[in-house]
Every structure is written in C-alpha cells, then in structure tokens.
Design a protein around this ligand. Structure first.
Ligand code: FAD
Ligand code: 2HG
Ligand code: ZN
Length: 475
C-alpha cells in the first residue's frame, strides 16, 4: 500500500460527508482510541470514525478501499493482544462500533436475540434477562467490551465450561466486507448445512476479514438457582480432583470452575480493599466454583452442600465459604474479576493466555513455575484462570519494585520457556485472547506450513487490498 497519511488527510472531508455519526481528527480526541487497555501499545490514527448504522460502516469501508487506508476496527478496546489500536505511523482509520447500539430483535420462542455490534456484553445479558432468558457469555470486562469485539475475538470467559465460547453462542452474523458490501447472515437457525460456514470464519478473525456489524445470539433458560463457593485447595492437582468430583456430582449444573493462586488473592486484596479474602485459613491455591441449577433453590443447595461436604471429608478442600446471598456471590466474583486490574496496578506484567489438556495442568504449573523461577529469581508468578477449560492466565510479575525495561527485556526468555512447555503438552499459545500484535510472530512456530498458507489465502480472498486490520494475526 503506497498511500501516505498526508494524501489520505486531503480526502478526509469526502469521508466525513459520506456517513452519519462522528469523525474525530484532532489528536486530543483520537488519543483515547489509540492506547490499549493494558497500556502496552500506543499508536496514532489518521482519524476515528464513529458511524451510526451499518450503511455508514459500508460507506466508510468503501472510502477506505478507494483511498487504500487501513482500517482498525474497535469495540470496547478491552482486548489483551493489541489488536484494536492503530500502529505508530498514523495511517490507519480507527472504526469504532460504539454507536451501533440497537437491540434489533428478541425472540423468546426461538431463544435468540439480534443485537448490533456496539452493544456491550452487559447490555446483551440484560436484554436476554428482560425476556426471561440467559445470555451466558460473561467476563470481567463485560461492562465495556462489545458483542462485536467478543465475536471478533471468540471470547471465552467464566461460563465456557457449560455454554462454550462466543462462537458456540452465535447463530448468525451481519458483516461489512473489505469491499464495503453488507452481508446479511443473521440466521437464527440451529441447523444449516448449506456450504462453507462464513459465519465461523468471521468469528475469531480479529477484524482482519471484515467488520461484524450485528449478530443473532442464542439465549438459554434462566437457572432456578445459583450456588457459589470459594474453597481452599493444597495444589493445582487437588483442584483438578475437585473438578472431577464436581463434574460427577453436578454434571451440567457446574457452570464455572476458576483457579487462583494465593498471590493472586493477595494482589486483589492489596489493590482493592473490597476484595478482601473471605477465608482465614491460609492456602496456596483457591478455587471459585459455581453451579446453576435448573430445578429449584432447595435442589441447588442440597446438591452443592453434598459436594462440598464430600470434598471436605475426602481432604480435597480444607476450608470453604459458600455464598448465602447474591451479594456474597458477587463479592467472590469481584475478587476474581479484579485480578487483571490488580496485576496491572502492581506494575509490569508479561501475559501468557495458554491452554493445555486439563489432565496435565497440575504438572505443567509445577514444572514451568520452577523453570521460570530458576531463569529469573525473584519473579512473582500470577497464575489464575479457567481451570475447567484447561485455560490458564500464566502471567509473570517482577520482584517488588522491579518493573521497567530490564524486566520487560526478559519477555522473550519467559515466552520461550512457557511456550516450549505448551508445545510439549500439545497446548495452545492463545486460549481466548487471540493473536493480535502480541503473538503474531509466534504463530508460524505453532501452526503447520499448510495452516499458515491456507490462512494467508483466506485473508487474500476476503481482503485483497489488505486494508482490514493489516499486520494483525498474520504478518
Ligand atoms: P476490542 O478490544 O475493541 O477489539 C478486539 C479485537 O476485535 C481487535 O482485533 C479489533 O480490531 C476486533 N474487533 C472489535 N470489534 C469488531 C467488530 N465489530 N468487527 C470486527 N472486528 C472487531 N477475554 C476473554 O476471552 N475471556 C475473559 O475472561 C476476559 N476477561 C477480561 C477481563 C478484563 C478485565 C479485560 C480488560 C479483558 C478481558 N478479556 C477477556 C479480553 C477482552 O475483554 C475480550 O477479548 C473482548 O472480547 C474484547 O471485546 P472489545 O469490544 O473490547 O474488543
Ligand atoms: C481473565 O480471565 C481475562 O480475567 C484476563 O482473560 C486475563 O489478565 C489476564 O491475563
Ligand atoms: Zn480469561
């Protein structure tokens, strides 16, 4: 692409006239859109477009295609891999979906709802609740992330164990293609074998193939009751045995199973006083588990209490707090959801969002912790995650006061140790956050040449001018 930022600026007036909504060009206005949530990537935008409708988006994309201007789609800008912010050269247009906020349809009989891309995840959950249904995708950033971003990253979160990733919750999408055409694939069908599944290509493509402008999503019955507990376990191995027991006793009612190390709990309490530990017994590891019972409050409590008693009697857990109110349950979840923020407030963090087969996760943590601590004495491991999905946030913080370039320079060494262990375990270097900028150059080392070549051909077919989030996912 040869177009310069200067040439594109001259044409910005024609862009402004081509759509309703706002076009921000003053660097003071565009700056908030140019730095990511963890403040690791900062760039510059040619402009930030905030369109109101899908037709506006199509007009903007056509303008970008004609002027060869790269587009960086952005939803809530809560992504963890630097995919939603522009690069430093100031050539790209940030296309924010935040003004596409309509809930277009709710169909409680089909158990579906259709929402526009900029609706936040919490608002999607609320729209389902209003219809007496559950939209089960849930994650710490749900107040600000958008459903478009959730689908573009195939987000995971804390309900995957029972309901699956964002992909499993989406029946249809509407997309503006890289040529500025609108594809309406908003089908609410649970069965539809009519050729290649284009919906599944756009989901998880991180804005590199097209812009998701709306989606038809699945709703579920609301559970009759929920039970939440925070329990102490001696090791990740014990947590795994507890997971097995909980799955046997609660079956599909087990909806969340999260692991947190003691250091994570301490970090949350230190940076957020409301996140004080509800248990006095010291423990190296904690599990936050939740059941969603379809039958009744009484049934929920009986089966959950029986599970906790059995776990206590068999020595799998040494202490547990079972929430007796919604407020208490929310307080437990509050601790879990504040971990990313707590680690950021503590200073630098090097993140690894990995998955391995659940069966090997205990050995993985013991061996890889030892290797990292030997390679860089004093580091503090921040290990937590969605144990029920085999997905760990296997993050590294420096020794107290050790944030800075010297720590950050060790990133490659940490990555090598962690990703080599992931490779040996037949795991993935990105379980739920995606590839973005952060892992783009690692990807070819973890995919076969055939996979990389097929992905490159797909990209070329969908986005022949390479204007859709260029340089993300693929080089
Ligand atoms: P953005 O950050 O704006 O964008 C993410 C990517 O999608 C970018 O590549 C962007 O270009 C692209 N994109 C955005 N919108 C569109 C669109 N409409 N069409 C095409 N491409 C688009 N993630 C998890 O998976 N599980 C978790 O448990 C989880 N917890 C989190 C907790 C916290 C506190 C935070 C800050 C983040 C967490 N995340 C988690 C990461 C993040 O919230 C998710 O990746 C979320 O899905 C991103 O949504 P967003 O609207 O913020 O997308
Ligand atoms: C979570 O599960 C998110 O809280 C963020 O996926 C993980 O901060 C992280 O590494
Ligand atoms: Zn997560």
């Amino acid at each position: 692409m040869q177009t310069t930022a200067v040439a594109s600026r001259a044409a910005l007036d024609t862009l402004d006239a081509s759509f309703s909504g706002r076009l921000l060009t003053d660097p003071a206005d565009t700056a908030p859109f140019c730095t990511d949530w963890i403040k690791r990537w900062s760039g510059q935008a040619l402009a930030v477009a905030q369109p109101d409708t899908v037709d506006d988006i199509a007009a903007i994309v056509r303008w970008c295609a004609a002027n060869k201007v790269p587009i960086v789609p952005q939803g809530g800008n809560t992504g963890m891999v630097g995919g939603a912010v522009p690069g430093p050269d100031g050539r790209a247009l940030v296309l924010s979906t935040k003004r596409l906020r309509t809930v277009r349809a709710v169909d409680p009989v089909n158990n579906t709802l259709t929402v526009e891309a900029g609706v936040t995840l919490v608002e999607v959950q609320q729209a389902a609740l209003k219809a007496g249904r559950l939209f089960p995708l849930s994650l710490g950033a749900e107040g600000s992330c958008t459903i478009g971003g959730n689908l573009a990253t195939n987000a995971g979160g804390v309900g995957v164990l029972r309901y699956g990733n964002a992909r499993e919750l989406c029946l249809g999408v509407e997309v503006v293609t890289a040529e500025g055409q609108v594809w309406n694939g908003l089908r609410g069908l649970r069965k539809d074998n009519t050729g290649y599944d284009l919906r599944d290509l756009f989901i998880g493509s991180e804005g590199t193939l097209g812009i998701i402008t709306a989606a038809t999503l699945k709703m579920y019955p609301l559970p009759a009751a929920r039970m939440t507990a925070l329990a102490t376990v001696a090791s990740p191995h014990a947590a795994l045995r507890l997971l097995e027991l909980a799955q046997q006793r609660l079956a599909a009612s087990l909806t969340a199973f999260e692991l947190m190390s003691e250091f994570c709990m301490d970090l949350a309490a230190h940076h957020f006083p409301a996140c004080r530990k509800p248990l006095d017994t010291p423990s190296p590891w904690y599990v936050l588990l939740e059941s969603s019972d379809p039958i009744s409050e009484e049934h929920a409590r009986d089966s959950f209490d029986r599970l906790m008693e059995e776990a206590m009697e068999s020595g799998l857990i040494s202490d547990a707090a079972v929430a007796t109110s919604l407020a208490q349950s929310e307080a437990f979840w509050n601790i879990r959801h504040h971990l990313p923020d707590a680690q950021t407030r503590e200073g630098d963090s090097i993140k690894h969002d990995i998955s391995v087969p659940i069966s090997v996760i205990g050995d993985f943590i013991v061996a890889t912790n030892a290797a990292l601590e030997a390679a860089s004495p004093g580091i503090r491991m921040v290990v937590f995650g969605h144990l029920g999905d085999g997905n760990l946030h296997y993050n590294v913080s420096p020794a107290p006061g050790g944030s800075g370039p010297a720590f950050r320079a060790q990133q490659e060494m940490f990555n090598e140790i962690v990703y080599e262990a992931v490779r040996r375990a037949n795991g993935s270097i990105s379980a739920e956050h995606g590839i973005g900028q952060l892992k783009r150059d690692q990807l070819p080392h973890f995919k076969s040449d055939i996979e990389m070549a097929l992905m490159a051909r797909l990209k070329a077919a969908f986005d022949p001018q390479n204007i859709m989030n260029p340089g993300r996912v693929l080089r």
